[in-house]
Design a protein around this ligand. Sequence first.
Ligand code: ZN
Length: 261
Amino acid sequence: MPQVTNIELSSLQRRAFTLIEVPVVRKRKSNAFTLIELPVVRKRKSNAFTLIELMVVVAIIALLVGILVPVLNQARNHAEITRCAANLHQIGLAWQYYLEDNNYTFSTGGSNGSFFYGGKEPSIASTQFAGTPLVLNHRPLNPYISMREKDEAWGEPFHCPADRPVIGGVADGHTAYDFFGNSYMANPWLLGRRLENVEYVHSRVLLAGDYQWYMSLFASSVDAQFHRPEDWLNILFLDAHVSFARVWPLEEKGYIIIPYK
Ligand SMILES: [Zn+2]
């Protein structure tokens, strides 16, 4: 009897263990772990980590771009201003040689003649206005300038590297260089004039400069500032010095004398 009951009990106990305790508990435990604890927690952890990492990376990239873009723009702006000033220095020298050979008298001008003293030929303007008295195609300064390497990136000495398309006016949609063959407008008052008849201090008389000096002074609607900041232009003076100057305040002080009329 006791043996039988023992066997029965043990079989019951076994069943009870195998049926209820071991598998169910195991399943519950394992389910609980796999469904709730382990996988979910792991997923959360890995997701949270990549999100934070991603945000940090994005923030660093944004920071670098934010720092680098203005620095690069500024560097390019400075390089263009320097190169432009070098162009104007060369044009100033060419004028000196030209004046020595031509009885110290500037070449004659016209309505657009202040561009045609030198530069690329042909240009859009010289083709468009061919045969009209507006155009003087002789470009007398060219023989006095060493055109050097015809570098496409920077262009010839008559090409301001920051020259950009004009909005409005006769050259609308074109750069001054493409349209007139020259980014640097000469002072029309000087053209055709003998140097000894210039009654102003030479260091204060504008000889040529970035095209907008003219637009700025006469408040034209044409707007295509070459350099930054706005209203700052490279200007070649009659005494051959070049300065990066702001036109309006200097003109108000009477520093730049442009007796056009
Ligand atoms: Zn320039």
